[in-house]
Structures are given as structure tokens and as C-alpha cells.
Design a binder for this molecule. Structure first.
Ligand code: UDX
Length: 452
């Protein structure tokens, strides 16, 4: 008799503590749990996930050693590097404790870690537990991050302004300005992070929150050139785990009655995700651009996302009154539900990978306003490969905003993008339904994990 089939299989998940990373990891946990795995989430104290949203998982917190200065600084790169330094030993010490629990039969089947929490790979290897990497950004963005190491070695970056619009050799359609690096250059610690996160040493496989209908050729290249292990492209994961909740912020539902009253495809949804922020000048340009476009909008202004103000204190006087019924401002929504609402006709997004996947899955065309990192890559793919959106890439100015909003929401050009977005939505559905590429990859992943 195969005792393996009768043993409970445990997967330990190690999310990176930011919203855009916690969500896909918890979605993966929900998916694996439905396939018979029990899920243990090992998380940092900083930005710890809300365990009450997932009573079916075991949550185990480890000390992260972050100082309040580090947290307040908002320096993502420094925080991630510090976590990799600080969490290795606590993680190593907590695993035997987890397995000593009464409800466990003592065996961890595998550790699945966010690519940025690469300390987990070393711990897994030391404890002789198989490990798998979860990539939470696009294949295009990963390819670009890895290419940065070579471009830097060749002296091609930092690049002068004169080449910023030139295509990067072998990364077409990306231009130098789309590379996921900051304008001020490429710090050594960024190169270190990329080298650590994308150099798999002992992990057995890669799970990717993307799918063939979006990135088949890039995934193929990864298989052929870069990755010595199997890849399972099982995106969009939120479609396999539709009820999985993972918000760090509390949803404000006050917008729902307003949204329910709006005409089909008449509302522009605006959200810059969980990290990006704008300054007072950009805010004023957005306000006037939106007002002059005369289009309806639902605008998420996350507390703290306007520099220098706690929430909407810096909105120009009279704006809220002048908008009246035409717009609604909210602190945080249940975005996936908003994007699936018939009243939504467009999405102004910073192009975080989760937001892009959620938009694509619902057939919503986009105004892309990337702020940093992989968002620039995704914006370029939305506008130039999938052609389901346009980019706002210059300094934010009210005239340009007004024109972009009208192009997307009411012009023929927007109608064509909406049609392409609807076609892409159908392709995505084929991917995650029975027999589709993501569906099949998921079956293969479960099989693979069962034999680790
Ligand atoms: C970060 C990086 O910024 C992003 O570039 C990277 O691809 C992932 O990690 P973030 O900026 O938060 O993520 O963006 P995104 O990936 O879009 O994730 C935001 C998540 O928050 C989405 O799943 C979205 O549905 C959710 N959200 C956002 C809400 O649920 N409500 C809101 O009001 C706004």
C-alpha cells in the first residue's frame, strides 16, 4: 500500500510582506488546500496577513528584526534585503516546532516561498525539505530584471536620456525607459537582490502567476535558457481561488450603492495599488483632468498615498462638491469585485501585476500610469503587446489626462481597446478552464508536489 497517499501533505508558504505578494501566495494556499494539502503560512510580524480570513490555514509568525525606522522609511529594497538577513534563523528554528504540533504527522511536503524571500531556499536545503519558488510578477518583468545584470556588466546602464526611447536588444518591445530600474541608476544592493532572487540553486520548481495566452514565448525562453527546473504557469490564480480574501486594509463598501446605479461601462476605476503615491501637484492635475473629461469615476485614494496628507486633505477646495454624483472617492475597495462590475468601463492603474491580471481577466481596458519597478514593463506590454490600454508616460498634466480618459472611455480608439480586452478575457478563460494551459499546469503541479 502506498502510505504516501494516506498521509496528510503539508505545504509551508513564505509570503513577502507586501499586499501585491501576500495576495497571490494566499490564493495559491487556497488552491493547494482544495487539492488536499494542509497549509502553514510562515509570515513576518511586519504586514502580517489577517489570519481570521483563513481559519483553514495555520499561521506562524516569525520575528523579522525590522526597526521602526526601516519600516517608516518605506524603502522596499532595504526592507526586503533586511528580511532576508534577519528571518533565516527564526525560520529555521520555527519549522521543527511546526511539525511537532499534535495535529501534524511530522512531515513537511514542501516549502513554497516568494522569490524575494530567498533565504527560505537555503533553510529548506539545510533541513532537506524540497522547495518551490513562487514568482508574483510577469515573465516579461523577470526577464527584464535578469537582463539588467548583463546590461550593467556591459556598461549599457545607467543609460543617457538620448537612448531612453530605444529598444533594449533582445527585450523588444521594451525600451530602456521601461526597464524596471530607477531613473537615478542601479544601486549595488538592487543587483544583489536580483542575483539572489533569480539564481535558483536547489529549489525543485517555479510556480508562476501568469499564463500561456499572455506570455507563452517568454515562458518558453525561460524554460530553454534560464531555468533548470519545471515551470508551472497557473495564472491568473485569483480565478482559481475566487473567494480568497487577503487585504491588509479594510474594505470600505460605501461605494457599492453608487456603483450599482451607474450605466454599463460608464465608470473609470482609478487605483494605484498598495504602495505607489502621488504628490500634491500630480493630484491637482488628476483632479482637473478628470473633471474636464466629464466622465464618471470611482477613485481609490489609499490613506497616505498623497504625499503630505493623511487622506484627501489636499484635494482642491470644492472638488468633491463640484463632482457630485459623477464621482466617488473611497479608501480601499474589493478591487476584483469592482473590476467585475458591469458599470466599470476602464481602469486607470499603476500596473502592478495583480491589478493588471485582474483587469485583463475581466476584459477591462486600461490607462497605465506606472510608478516604479515591474510596473513599467507591464504598462508597455498592456499598450504595445496586448494593446488593451494606453500609457500616460509624461509629467501628469490635466490636458493629457482629460484626453486619455476620453480616448479610453468614449472614443473609437477606446472601443477598439475594449474589444481586444474582451477577446483577451476569453483567451484567459480558456487557460484556466478544464483542459486549458493553466488548468493543466495546476494538475501537473499537484502531481509533482505529491511526489516530492
Ligand atoms: C506590488 C508592486 O508595486 C507591483 O508592481 C508588483 O507587481 C506586485 O507587488 P502593488 O503595488 O500593491 O504590488 O500592486 P498590485 O500587484 O496591483 O497589487 C495590489 C492588490 O491590491 C491587487 O490584488 C488589488 O486587487 C488589491 N487592491 C487594490 C484592492 O483590493 N483594493 C484596492 O482598493 C486597491
Amino acid at each position: 500500500m502506498d502510505t504516501r497517499a494516506h498521509r496528510r501533505r503539508h505545504a509551508v508558504l513564505v509570503p513577502c510582506p507586501f499586499q501585491g505578494h501576500i495576495s497571490p501566495m494566499l490564493q495559491l494556499g487556497t488552491i493547494l488546500q482544495s487539492k488536499g494539502f494542509s497549509i502553514i503560512v510562515v509570515h513576518t510580524k511586519f504586514n502580517s496577513p489577517n489570519s481570521s480570513d483563513h481559519p483553514e490555514f495555520v499561521f506562524q509568525s516569525i520575528p523579522d528584526g525590522l526597526s521602526s525606522q526601516e519600516i517608516v522609511s518605506g524603502n522596499l529594497l532595504e526592507i526586503i534585503l533586511a528580511l532576508n538577513q534577519n528571518c533565516k534563523i527564526p525560520f529555521q528554528e520555527c519549522l521543527p516546532r511546526i511539525m511537532a504540533r499534535k495535529d501534524s504527522d511530522g512531515e513537511i511536503n514542501c516549502i513554497i516561498y516568494d522569490e524575494l524571500m530567498y533565504f527560505s531556499e537555503a533553510v529548506a536545503n539545510q533541513l532537506k525539505v524540497p522547495s518551490i519558488v513562487l514568482r508574483t510578477i510577469s515573465a516579461a518583468a523577470c526577464t527584464a530584471r535578469v537582463a539588467i545584470l548583463q546590461l550593467k556588466a556591459k556598461g549599457s546602464i545607467p543609460f543617457p536620456d538620448s537612448v531612453s526611447k530605444e529598444l533594449v536588444p533582445e527585450l523588444d518591445p521594451l525600451r530602456f525607459k521601461d526597464l524596471p530600474i530607477s531613473r537615478s541608476g542601479v544601486p549595488d544592493n538592487f543587483l544583489h537582490l536580483v542575483a539572489c532572487a533569480y539564481n535558483i540553486k536547489t529549489s525543485s520548481a517555479v510556480i508562476w502567476n501568469t499564463m500561456d495566452c499572455l506570455e507563452e514565448s517568454l515562458l518558453l525562453k525561460q524554460r530553454q535558457k534560464q531555468l533548470p527546473v519545471p515551470i508551472f504557469a497557473i495564472g491568473p490564480m485569483h480565478k482559481f481561488a475566487p473567494v480568497c480574501s487577503s487585504s491588509l486594509l479594510k474594505e470600505d463598501t460605501s461605494y457599492i450603492p453608487w456603483l450599482n446605479k451607474q450605466k454599463p461601462k460608464s465608470v473609470l476605476y482609478i487605483s494605484l495599488g498598495s504602495l505607489a503615491s502621488i504628490d500634491e501637484t500630480e493630484l491637482a492635475e488628476m483632479v482637473w483632468g478628470l473633471t474636464n473629461s466629464k466622465q464618471r469615476f470611482l477613485w481609490v485614494i489609499r490613506p497616505g498615498s498623497i504625499s503630505g496628507s493623511e487622506w484627501i486633505g489636499l484635494l482642491p477646495e470644492g472638488f468633491v462638491e463640484s463632482v457630485g454624483e459623477r464621482g466617488f472617492i473611497v479608501k480601499w475597495t474589493l478591487q476584483r469585485e469592482v473590476l467585475a462590475h458591469p458599470a466599470i468601463g476602464g481602469f486607470w492603474s499603476h500596473c502592478g501585476w495583480n491589478s493588471a491580471l485582474e483587469s485583463i481577466s475581466e476584459g477591462i481596458p486600461m490607462i497605465c500610469r506606472p510608478c516604479f519597478g515591474d510596473q513599467m514593463v507591464t504598462a508597455r506590454y498592456v499598450s504595445h503587446v496586448w494593446r488593451t490600454g494606453l500609457i500616460l508616460e509624461n509629467k501628469l498634466e490635466r490636458k493629457e489626462i482629460e484626453s486619455a480618459v476620453r480616448r479610453l472611455m468614449i472614443d473609437k480608439e477606446g472601443e477598439e481597446m475594449r474589444q481586444r480586452a474582451a477577446d483577451l478575457k476569453e483567451k484567459v478563460e480558456v487557460c484556466f478552464k478544464k483542459g486549458g494551459s493553466s488548468y493543466n499546469f495546476l494538475d501537473r503541479l499537484v502531481e509533482f508536489m505529491s511526489h516530492l
